[in-house]
Design a protein around this ligand. Sequence first.
Ligand code: ZN
Length: 415
Amino acid sequence: MVHVDLTAPPCRFCAAPLEHVFADLGMSPVANDNVPLERASAMEPFFPLCALVCSRCFLVQLAPYETPKPVFRDDYAYFSSYSTSWLEHSRRYTEQMIERLGLDASSQVIELASNDGYLLQYFQQAGIPVLGIEPTANTAQVAIDKGIPTLVEFWGVQTARTVAAGTQADLLLGNNVLAHVPDIDDFVGGMKLALKPGGVITLEFPHLLKLLELNQWDTIYHEHYSYLSFATAGRVLEANGLRLFDVQELPTHGGSLRIFACHSEDEREPSAAAGEMLERELAAGLEDVRTYLDYGERVVADKRQVVSMLFELKAAGHSIAGYGAPAKGNTLLNYCGVGRDVLDFTCDANPHKQGSLLPGTHVPILAPDAIAQRRPDVVLILPWNIKDEVMQQLSYVREWGGRFAARSPELRLLR
Ligand SMILES: [Zn+2]
């Protein structure tokens, strides 16, 4: 008799059995695993894409899935410095932090997942000693070539011990990395070791409250292991001898939090904003497992809305092209079963993506000028978080009566 193990997997943070499904998005290829043309007729791996919620600590997390190869690969490395809006976001952050913490030549800034040095360069220009930690060798090399000291390592307790033997951080930061590490406890445990007494941690991640309120379920993908509320982030920090003392809301990635933390024994008072955020999350039901269980129904309803709208547009004789090839587009198209029967092509400014096919759906990825050449009736903007920027860049679409569509939160035609 075949034995099927139905035991609930343990929570990535608190190890309680994970018995509750938050959003089951079926089987999906790994996002950004674009298919080169010569592999178009090859077999393609699909993995379960299912988010579970822990009823003890409310960490929303991906169910374990088999990973046959490392998810972070060099060939699709993302260079942060290519995005001007992200550079500006980072520059403003460094100015704020230098002023708020009084950082100078005697301070130490350490960034986890420092990428190509997009952010540390601003601290360095201000004469503040920096150290980057970056696991992707070719992006790290770009930083090193710019003169930014960078250690090519994954972050965790082991790497932190090596770093802390030499220096500890007055400011230890990590942007869009906490949610992307499989072992969140080891990652935060390392932060405790590398933080100077009296030092400050800042972390940015997409806010789970927005994922719930704005139906951002397409931000669930295989490289994104954790979906965090302020309260749950606080629990992970507290278990590692750290605590939250402030928070800012940011518009990035559809709504992110920048959280501020210090050693547990630090004497800083928590800010009013920190208290208000905990209250808001509580009022929204984030500390009640029923809120999470209800979400699955909304995901299914959303799928029906997306599919019927796209097929109605097709039935009316409209041609549809995509814009962008982001991870969230992969989740949306594969979960909704939308392929070349709906989208003639998509396009992306990243030359490394052009000329290949979206995973699973095999929609071709072209250069953005394909929009002007082929004049689609509707442009479906897959990275909805930058839809205003895209509509501005592609405003010429209106010259032939073309329209834009994006999820916000339901799929809509936009003016
Ligand atoms: Zn848990």
